[in-house]
Design a protein around this ligand. Structure first.
Ligand code: VGL
Ligand code: ZN
Length: 225
């Protein structure tokens, strides 16, 4: 970060009650524990912008298993269809009800130093589609939902994006992959995130790095796993 041309941004993904023990409906193991690392990063003066995202679903969101008769959270999937184009579809995992707009579970955890955050992005608001990424949903023909984050980062001249938060294997990963796609040099800080599924996260790290995401650790340089 000592290169004067480097303009890094920090994106803190979904550090919300529903993703944290003890009471979150979709609690990620040790999820709350990332707050101290995230807060340390929020204090790093080099960041030109610090963004926090909230998963922010309507009660009838497609990703809630309870909105599909006979479907089980964590186990079953459902087909998402582009509301503008029935030919574009994808399968998505179903979850317990979580981060319903305005509910206590959707609140950012109180440990997070929100006063250091410049902008909050609410994502997953369209009931018809899943949106793990802070940038946009996976549908492209045409795009259904775009948060405008890429434009915000580009307005600030951002070159590098550091991603932390929850969950590593879903929203953090999707955000990082879209940051690569948008042309940013992209990092995930490992101590600042935790996965839903530890084995899948460990197994997927090499693929993620092959796709251009740099997995970094606070204790050293890039880690090769
Ligand atoms: C997330 C599952 C469902 C996340 C959001 O923030 O990683 N995971 N919705
Ligand atoms: Zn969600």
């Amino acid at each position: 970060m000592s290169d004067p041309a480097c303009k890094p941004a920090l994106i803190v993904v979904d550090l919300q009650e529903d993703f944290c023990p003890p009471n979150g409906s979709l609690a990620v193991e040790e999820g709350r524990d990332v707050a101290s690392v995230v807060n340390d990063l929020l204090s790093v003066p080099s960041f030109v912008i610090r963004v926090a995202t909230k998963d922010w679903h309507p009660a009838d969101h497609i990703s809630f298993a309870s909105n599909h008769a006979g479907k089980q959270p964590f186990v079953d999937t459902v087909t998402v269809v582009n509301p503008h184009n029935a030919n574009e579809t994808y399968e998505t995992r179903l979850w317990p009800v979580h981060c319903v707009q305005g509910s206590p579970g959707a609140a950012l955890i109180p440990e997070l130093h929100i006063d250091k955050v410049d902008r909050i992005i609410e994502k997953g608001q369209r009931k018809e589609v899943e949106m793990y990424s802070a940038f946009y949903d996976p549908l492209t023909q045409p795009r259904v939902s775009d948060s405008g984050l890429s434009g915000v980062l580009k307005e600030h001249g951002v070159t590098d994006v550091y991603v932390v938060g929850l969950a590593a294997d879903y929203c953090v990963q999707s955000t990082a992959l879209d940051a690569v796609k948008e042309g940013f040099k992209t990092y995930i800080v490992e101590e600042g995130t935790r996965p839903v599924d530890g084995k899948a996260w460990a197994d997927g790290k090499q693929d993620l790095q092959n796709m251009g995401v740099r997995l970094v650790s606070l204790s050293g340089p890039e880690v090769e796993r």
